[in-house]
Ligand binder design. Structure first.
Ligand code: ZN
Length: 309
C-alpha cells in the first residue's frame, strides 16, 4: 500500500526547517526522483497522539483545490471540493461529517465536487464569498444546498471560527462587485497554538495586496500557494510577511503552465520548501500547538504516514 523509501543522504536546501522536517524532506526529495518509489522499510505507525495534532491535507485532485482540515478531537473542515467527485477520497481519509465547508470562489475546479459532498455527508456550516456565478456547476451546488436546509449559511466576513481547539480567522475580502472571482477568494488563517497556516484559494496580486494593506498577513508555517502557483499568485511583499516554511501547490495537468517558474523561484527564495500534489500526491501537514510540524505525502491514502521517530 505504501510507496515510500526511507533513508538517503541527499537533502534539498532547507534554510529554516527543523531537523525533523529535514528528514521528512529528504524522503520527499528522493521520492520525487523515483518513477516508482520502492518500499525499503515498512512505514511506521504514526507516533504522535492524533488528538494533539492539527492535520491539513492537500488532496491530490488534479488541477483543482480540496483542502481537508482535521482538528484535534475530530472536528473537520473542507476548503473547496475539487472539480470531480471526491466523496470516496474523503471517506478514505476518515471523513464522516463536515463541520465547516468552504467554497473559496465559484470556479469549477473549486466547487465541482461540492454538490456531491453536501449530498453525502452531514454538514453543519457552509461558507462562501456571497458572490453568485452563472454556471451549471454553481447552480448544481445551490440545488444541493437547497435540498439540505439544516446547513447554516455563513457569508465570509471577518470573523473567527472555532473548530475544536483550532481557530480559523476569515480574512477581509475586497468589496463585492469590485474584483473578479479569484481576487474574492475566501482566505483563511488557521491557527492551532503557535502553528499557523494560510489558505488562499485563487487569490491574485490584487487580493494579496489588499490583505497586506489590511494588516491581515502574518508569519505562517504553511502556505497554500495562491492560484495553483500562478505568476499572479504571489508578491514579494506578501511572501516577506508570510515567511512560509512549507508551501503546498495544489496542481495537476494544465494548460496554464502552473506552477510557473517565477512562482517556484519566489517560494524557494522566501526560504520555503515546496510540495506539489502533482509530484507528491496527497500532501499532509501535521501541526502542533508548539508550532512544530511534520510533512507527509503519498499517492495512496494508506501511504500518507507521519514521518517521525
Ligand atoms: Zn483554481
Amino acid at each position: 500500500m505504501a510507496g515510500m523509501c526511507f533513508g538517503t543522504t541527499q537533502e534539498p536546501p532547507v534554510r529554516r526547517g527543523r531537523e525533523r522536517l529535514r528528514r521528512v524532506l529528504a524522503v520527499a526529495f528522493l521520492a520525487t526522483l523515483l518513477a516508482a518509489p520502492v518500499l525499503a522499510e515498512a512505514p511506521r505507525a504514526p507516533t504522535v497522539d492524533p488528538d494533539s495534532v492539527l492535520r491539513i491535507t492537500f488532496l491530490d485532485v488534479g488541477q483543482a483545490d480540496a483542502v481537508l482540515i482535521q482538528a484535534p478531537g475530530g472536528r473537520t473542515a473542507l476548503v473547496d471540493a475539487g472539480r470531480d467527485n471526491i466523496v470516496p477520497l474523503l471517506r478514505r481519509f476518515g471523513v464522516s461529517e463536515i463541520d465547516l465547508l468552504v467554497a473559496t470562489h465559484p470556479h469549477a475546479d473549486h466547487i465541482g465536487g461540492m454538490a456531491g459532498v453536501i449530498a453525502a455527508f452531514p454538514v453543519r456550516f457552509y461558507m462562501d464569498n456571497g458572490e453568485p456565478h452563472t454556471t451549471q456547476t454553481y447552480r448544481r451546488l445551490l440545488a444541493a444546498l437547497d435540498a439540505r436546509p439544516e446547513i447554516t449559511y455563513l457569508e465570509a466576513s471577518p470573523r473567527t471560527l472555532t473548530l475544536g481547539e483550532v481557530e480559523i480567522d476569515v480574512l477581509p475580502l475586497l468589496p463585492r462587485g469590485t474584483a473578479d472571482h479569484n481576487d474574492r477568494s475566501v482566505t483563511l488563517l488557521v491557527r492551532f497554538g503557535e502553528f499557523r497556516a494560510f489558505l488562499s484559494g485563487d487569490s491574485e496580486v490584487r487580493q494579496l495586496t489588499h490583505l497586506m494593506n489590511q494588516g491581515a498577513v502574518r508569519e505562517v508555517a504553511l502556505l497554500k500557494a495562491p492560484h495553483h502557483g500562478s505568476d499572479n499568485g504571489f508578491t514579494r511583499e506578501f511572501l516577506n510577511a508570510a515567511r512560509p516554511r512549507v508551501v503546498v501547490i495544489s496542481v495537476g495537468r494544465n494548460s496554464y503552465g502552473h506552477p510557473r517558474p517565477a512562482a517556484l523561484r519566489a517560494y524557494e527564495a522566501s526560504g520555503a520548501t515546496v510540495f506539489r500534489t502533482d509530484w507528491h500526491g496527497h500532501v499532509s501537514v501535521q501541526g502542533r500547538e508548539s508550532g512544530d510540524y511534520d510533512v507527509s505525502f503519498g499517492r495512496e491514502v494508506g501511504a500518507v504516514v507521519v514521518f517521525d521517530d
